[in-house]
Design a protein around this ligand. Structure first.
Ligand SMILES: Cc1ncc(COP(=O)(O)O)c(C=O)c1O
Length: 365
């Protein structure tokens, strides 16, 4: 084994300069840095559900006596339950440890060094993360000023090397959807398309009903946001059954925990409750957007997800982020090429919106 100096010679050459995914700040890292107790921090930086999961999930998980037993590697019950929810056959469903892990699995199935993956930036960074780890090359197409994609440009970018096209709808961090007609036009090229619907329950728009018509369409969903299970890690995908078979074959064994399995079952048995919370979040999203719009120095973008992306027109987003943090309010801030001087605010409860707007007014008065 070489010493630490020689490690770059041993690891895969394409990972030596690899830039990882930059996750949002956890309140635990703020001890001593903010003016409020950690328990009072308003965490609206990571599109989490402010209402938590269904109370029935909590009860079902704590009542389970069998955490010593491995989960079913074949995901039989889960696949059936999720097939019922999504309205497709169970043979098309694959469940993952969060939908992130399914993005990674899909990329591992399709992408070899030298292959290309088409991406419409700015977007969710995990598409790049997983592709680069596999040695693939991102073909980044820049969205327009309102973050819409250019279908013609996507079609022109498809080459012999194209292995996947990623389309997040609603997109993270900008919150806008890709119109269904645009998605269909891209699918009809025949190239493998991954439509990431992690925020589907907030937008109400889905292409899952098209899944049986196209052998190149894969649709991903998450339980992190609408069902409040971000901490338990559950996502699923709807795939052509041949692709589902391959994904089931290459996934890590027992990739969804028993607790997550129980949580999915209890969530789907309590849909009225969860859909009620989704409605509350959508109502609050519109109120948050309206309140942000009243501030002349912010430019919020309309969102179909559970967050609002905002350009900071006056002053620095970084400073704003730090000042809000000092007041115990955590938002996400960006200052990079395609996400200049901006913040992304997850939709919280009404009292979180009130506290945020109060703080924003105080900071700029
Ligand atoms: C577009 C998009 N896809 C997938 C994910 C991953 O969600 P999960 O928590 O299911 O891994 C996220 C959020 O983190 C996202 O924004």
């Amino acid at each position: 084994m070489a010493g630490s100096d020689g490690i770059e010679k041993l690891i895969r050459y394409n990972l030596a300069g690899f830039t990882g995914y930059s996750a949002s700040t956890s309140p635990d890292t703020l001890a001593g840095k903010v003016d409020v107790p950690l328990d009072n921090i308003i965490k609206i930086n990571a599109y989490e559900n402010p209402y938590g999961c269904s109370p029935k999930v909590l009860k079902a998980v704590t009542d389970n006596p069998r955490f010593n037993i491995y989960p079913d590697d074949g995901q039989q019950e889960l696949r059936k339950l999720l097939a019922g929810y999504a309205g497709v056959g169970a043979e098309r469903i694959v469940v993952g440890h969060g939908s992130n892990s399914l993005i990674d699995l899909i990329v591992r199935l399709f992408v070899e060094p030298g292959d290309e993956v088409i991406n419409c930036v700015p977007t969710f960074d995990i598409y790049r993360f997983s592709t680069e780890i596999c040695g693939g090359t991102m073909v980044n197409l820049i969205r327009d000023d309102n973050f819409a994609i250019d279908v013609q440009e996507v079609k022109t970018a498809i080459s012999d090397k194209t292995k996947l096209i990623f389309l997040a709808t609603p997109n993270n961090p900008t919150g806008n959807v890709v119109p269904r007609q645009d998605i269909v036009e891209i699918i009809e090229t025949g190239a493998p398309v991954v439509v990431d619907e992690a925020y589907y329950e907030f937008s109400g728009e889905t292409v899952v009903p098209l899944a049986s018509r196209y052998q190149n369409l894969m649709v991903l969903r998450s339980f992190s946001k609408w069902a409040g299970l971000a901490g338990l890690r559950v996502g699923y995908g709807v795939f052509p059954s041949r692709i589902a078979d391959y994904l089931m074959a290459i996934k890590i064994p027992h990739n969804v925990s028993v607790a997550a399995e129980i949580a999915v079952r209890a969530s789907l048995a309590d849909l009225d409750y969860l859909q009620g919370r989704v409605k509350d979040i959508v109502t609050e999203r519109e109120r948050l957007f309206g309140e942000l719009k009243k501030l002349s120095w912010l430019k919020p973008y309309p969102s179909q997800a559970n967050f609002v992306y905002c350009e900071v027109l006056k002053g620095s987003a970084d400073e704003l982020y730090k000042k809000l943090q000092k007041k115990g309010i955590l938002v996400r801030y960006f200052d990079k090429l395609l996400l200049k001087n901006s913040i992304r605010i997850s939709v919280g409860k009404p009292e979180h919106t009130d506290a945020l707007i109060r703080a924003l007014r105080e900071l700029k008065d």
